[in-house]
Write a protein of this length. Sequence first.
Length: 242
Amino acid sequence: MNNNLGLLAAVLLPSVLHSHSVFAQQVEPSADIELASKPTSIAQNETTQLSSSIPPKWLVEFGVQYFQYHDFSYQNLDFGLESISVRLALGYQFTPNLGVKFAAHTGESCWLTDMFGACTSSSLKDDSLLRADYSSKLYSLEATYSANISGNWYFDASMGSVYGVEKFDFRSCKADDGIIFKGCDESEPINNYSNTETQFSYLAGVAIRYAFNNYVGLKLGYTHTGINEGTNSTGISIQARF
């Protein structure tokens, strides 16, 4: 009997071992593939979610501003200057609320304009003409704050320092009767005066912004600087974020 059991075990054991080896070859590789595919899929999903949640940090603003410059006097005459100029700004957002911005604008103006908007002159008591021209370049570095009001509407505020380069040109001359619109005859000047000034001062501004999406918005704002006892501007600009 023992001999018979030994003989049966000798016959069946190799076939059992062989079937177990075949099963292992068929099952184990598929299990390895399944285990390896799961982390890859999870990593891809996490990368996709992370990239979509990162907001744009850089911004560019391009717009038009209406400037009311400070009033100044020359030969007992008071001058009030206004102009429309272009403004360009580049900013960076450290957080969704806080950032920094560098802005620049150049503007030109004159004391009086004719019906066509061209600079002209004014008659003085001695029948001479006086023309006053003004140009400026302002550069500002600002700390910015932004907060969501409701929906796509945002409130923006900025505060910083501004560096200004201003140039005044005054020309007094005899009237040129040969021109329909009074002008100065540059060949017969009575008095010419030019002065360039540079100043550092403060800047503060507020604005309302409507964001069409995360990348484009429309902005309406007001800015006040302390240059020459106060220069104010109101402007509208397009803001692009990337």
